[in-house]
Design a binder for this molecule. Sequence first.
Ligand SMILES: [Zn+2]
Length: 349
Amino acid sequence: MLSEHLKAHAVTHAPTPQTASDQARALHAAHPAIDLHADTLMWTRWLGYDLHSSHEPPLWRSVFGGHVDLPRMRQGGLGAQFFSLVSLPVAKGIRGLARVVHEQIDALGDAIDRQPSALRLARTAADVDACARDGAIAALLGIEGAHALEGDLDQVDVFARRGVRYLGLLHFSANEAGHPAYGHGRRDSQGLTPWGFDLVRRCEAAGVIVDLSHINRAGFLDACAVATRPPIVSHTGVVGAFEHWRNIDDAQLRAVADKGGVVGVIFDRRYLGGDGLEPVVKHLRHILDVVGEDTPALGSDWDGMIIPTSGLADPRGLPSLTDALLQAGVSERTIAKLLRENALRVLAS
Ligand SMILES: [Zn+2]
């Protein structure tokens, strides 16, 4: 099993940035990409994974992770990374989940303290722009799964004060807010709970963006219906490109787009439904076709126990994705939006 994964990883090596065109690299220089979801801090907290060193070749234990670090972000024209904060998605009522999130924020803080001119915590669109101006990488924070709040809405404000900018309502099991698209406690007919509706309001009041990855369709549409600020789907595929329980359909796409939100396309080949850059282009194009250029974004899910699609094993592959989009006839203006400007707009809203 392990050797099979190692083999799979070996053939998914990202092309070096030199294989991308000058046009693609110029686009990334003018619009440094923002990725909406990577679980890197989970590795930092577990294994002391160092954001500042280049992990090439990848560590044997990092078959499903070890994708993101600052040197490879710079090489790939990735200027800002939303680091997701993961706690075990187990049944309700477990204590200590919030602490796990705090420890991942602390781990980022340590990395920033070691090289404050290279890495900064960003909370706002202005912060992200300032990082680009000053040559620093912007780190943003999002929580994956409201179970981390341990049933306490006041925790939204506590985490917002620490810099958390989005909260994913669900992960892989039912929690106080609702039910997952897949996993323990799945109930497809049930939408948001009353607590879940309160949570959406609480997030909006605190300036925390609601992330609708992993939530079931009923809860997803409930959250969009009551949203007064743009929601996001930080990492997902779309059913119109590949039918899978993890992916969202056109009605869900429209519901997010109607509220001014963005949808980050995931790089996991299981949800893309194929390998290579073409499936990623196909998912992005479907979003463009259905809801237009203001909605697509990047949501890699790097370091999230995924096997990335070939060519996007780490951030160095991003300029080649940009080339694939150009070859598919996507305009520079639209690429700038999906790389950066759409995510910035939601951050600023
Ligand atoms: Zn996830």
